[in-house]
Design a protein around this ligand. Structure first.
Ligand SMILES: C[S@@+](CC[C@H](N)C(=O)[O-])C[C@H]1O[C@@H](n2cnc3c(N)ncnc32)[C@H](O)[C@@H]1O
Length: 293
């Protein structure tokens, strides 16, 4: 895992969202009009090339094998859960949002109206968080006003409760927690420690959305290619370390004090959100859970 330079995987998934913004609305899995602001030189070039060609540039299908579609569908799953949570009122009203490993997540702006002034806290490596902060500051006049607080932490080296509380996070408040595209890059103990911390910091009834990688166990070439593709992330400096099988997700989360509300694997994500023939990468799934009373 690289700490000194901004996360490359965060920029790649941001590119996927920027590319999706170029699709016609009916075929879009989601619309993120701010993603393109956070692209670097190589990813901006990829976006421009796709525009110039008048078509959507994607990774060669054999290489990506539905990864971009998975990334978009998990984002949409989490968007929908967040939108529903922010609309709750009374005793179920969400007081704050926490985005762990936020990368270039633009929900602070995309959900500015629904947040209605409620604070959103983003936690990430200093390198990624600072780059995002600089870009957001330069673009401030064109972004919706929102209450976003960035906290800079390495989950593998330190706990984030102190910095988060100092940034104004309300201990014991009802919280919606987003942990997207991160668990697979951490050790098992770091994942468990993070869940324990979320459990300790958030009120009963708080909600959590996250995704997991798992080892496809089919003995065919396709599954073998997917097992190999996870190792390719080593080349981006962010190797896949941790996984949970979908069958075990409920028990894993249950031991951490969270009850499973919803689970969507590749088939479910495809059925819910994909309106064209795009395939969804099969070795990941998304969950929505609720902190036990
Ligand atoms: C694949 S990106 C996902 C970014 C964002 N959640 C999204 O979906 O657009 C993974 C993110 O997790 C962050 N991350 C990974 N390991 C981390 C760690 N040990 N401490 C802090 N952040 C970490 C990376 O910096 C990066 O922003």
């Amino acid at each position: 895992m690289q700490q000194s330079s901004p996360s490359r995987t965060a920029e790649v998934v941001c590119l996927f969202r920027a590319l999706e913004h170029q699709r016609r609305a009916p075929a879009r899995i989601l619309d993120d009009p701010y993603a393109q602001r956070f692209l670097g030189r190589a990813t901006s070039t990829a976006l421009r090339a796709s525009r110039a060609a008048g078509r959507l540039a994607e990774l060669p299908p054999r290489l990506s094998a539905g990864l971009a579609t998975y990334v978009l569908a998990r984002h949409r799953f989490m968007d929908d859960a967040l939108g529903a949570a922010l609309a709750r009122t009374g005793a179920e009203r969400v007081e704050q949002v926490l985005v762990l490993g936020a990368g270039y997540d633009t929900r602070a702006w995309r959900f500015a109206e629904a947040l209605a002034g409620r604070p959103l806290f983003e936690v990430d490596f200093p390198s990624t968080s600072k780059r995002k902060e600089q870009i957001a500051r330069r673009a401030a006049a064109e972004l919706p006003a929102t209450s976003v607080h960035r906290v800079q932490v390495d989950f593998l080296q330190e706990t984030f409760d102190g910095p988060l509380l100092r940034a104004g996070f309300g201990r014991g408040a009802r919280t919606f927690v987003i942990w997207e595209g991160v668990s697979m890059y951490l050790t098992r103990s770091a994942v468990k420690a993070t869940l324990a911390l979320v459990h300790a910091l958030c009120a009963p009834g708080s909600e959590l959305v996250l995704d997991f990688w798992f080892l496809l166990d089919a003995p065919d070439h396709r599954a073998a290619a997917h097992r190999f593709s996870a190792n390719l992330l080593h080349l981006l400096g962010e190797p896949v370390l941790f996984g949970v099988h979908p069958e075990d997700a409920g028990a894993f989360l249950g031991r951490a004090g969270f009850a499973l509300v919803d689970l969507a694997d590749a088939d479910a994500l495809g059925a819910r959100y994909v309106r064209d023939r795009r395939a969804v990468y099969p070795a990941n799934f998304v969950v929505h859970a609720r902190r036990d009373p």
